[in-house]
Design a protein around this ligand. Structure first.
Ligand SMILES: [Mg+2]
Length: 336
């Protein structure tokens, strides 16, 4: 145990420079955009972040920065190996794709989920470096309430892509890409839960997608808040490298009188997004190939039952959400 403490202390010292977050100003097409990166991110990661705010695909971006030569052409290079300063502007040259239904990101590693070992999850959650990143994010990120938090309600946090919406299939109308029973699910959940939507894309996209699906002005439920990729933090895993996650602590810190680890549940198709709060995440089966699966997908119907079944519990973080399907079935049998 003593050895573990000293090794983590030296790891902090060594990685302090590389894990430090950096805010960069990127000029593109006459406008300026802000992106948040850290030294352990690669150039490829930086391009994805720029893509999130500009919609220019990483493969179409050319980045220019004073005195770094052609380094920014190498996607695998770590940003800590490039002398970047917040005070200098980066210029991006590239053309945006104009199809707004198709997801702008083309990075398979973002789509494929990976399992992180239980020990490592605990390690990531408890790392001082990650707690500091979360604290910085709490100070930086403003959550704008679209509707007031309601006393006595639990909190349901929902991912968008592959959770509520098949963002990789194409359709004439975005409604065709919506997960079946979405509005029924939200309307029923709303009786017991405030609802926030948190997507790893930009706020512009979150509002666009949710607006197109009719989620933002539905008569039967209200959305409490929307969160975007800027609310996420980048953490490092020993086995999986650097990745982004959605720390619920950010929401709890902003609304401590309403929400906590005890009354919050988040649905996401990517388990790694829960890494800072593993007891609050439920990994939903991804909704993909919607044209083939629209008729058969019942996930939201089944999850509605689970949400209602657990709503009466004081502390839902003691549940193992991996077993949600059997929990809902047990409850139903008891009622029969
Ligand atoms: Mg997703």
């Amino acid at each position: 145990m003593a050895g573990e403490t000293s090794s983590s202390a030296s790891a902090v010292a060594v990685s302090a420079l590389t894990e430090e977050e950096l805010t960069l100003n990127v000029k593109w097409s006459g406008k300026e955009y802000t992106v948040r990166v850290c030294g352990d991110d690669t150039v490829g990661e930086l391009k994805r972040r720029i893509c999130e705010v500009t919609k220019v695909l990483p493969k179409r971006q050319k980045l220019l920065y004073p005195k770094v030569g052609s380094k920014l052409a190498d996607d695998s290079l770590l940003l800590s190996q490039i002398p970047l300063k917040s005070s200098l502007k980066m210029t991006m040259i590239g053309t945006v794709e104009d199809d707004i239904i198709v997801d702008p990101m083309e990075s398979p590693e973002i789509v494929d989920d990976f399992e992180i070992g239980q020990d490592e999850v605990v390690d990531i959650k408890d790392k001082d470096m990650n707690k500091q990143k979360l604290n910085r994010r709490i100070k930086q990120y403003k959550i704008e309430l679209r509707n007031p938090c309601r006393q006595g309600k639990k909190l349901l946090v929902l991912d968008i892509d592959y959770t509520l919406f098949d963002h990789r299939s194409t359709a004439e109308n975005p409604l065709e890409l919506m997960r079946p029973y979405l509005h029924e699910f939200l309307a029923t959940a709303y009786a017991e839960y405030d609802i926030m939507i948190w997507s790893a894309t930009s706020m512009k996209w979150v509002e666009l997608k949710m607006g197109q699906l009719g989620v933002l002005d539905h008569p039967d439920y209200k959305i409490t808040a929307l969160l975007d990729h800027m609310a996420m933090i980048t953490v490092q895993s020993d086995t999986r490298g650097v990745f982004d996650c959605k720390p619920l602590g950010l929401i709890w810190a902003h609304f401590p009188e309403f929400y906590s680890a005890k009354n919050t549940i988040m649905f996401d198709d990517l388990r790694r997004n829960f890494v800072m709060n593993p007891q609050n995440g439920l990994t939903i089966k991804p909704f993909k190939r919607c044209h083939a699966n629209r008729e058969s997908d019942q996930e939201l119907v089944k999850l509605t039952k689970y949400l209602l079944a657990i709503a009466r519990l004081d502390d839902i973080s003691t549940l193992d959400h991996k077993n949600w399907e059997s929990f809902a079935n047990v409850k139903r049998r008891r009622h029969d």
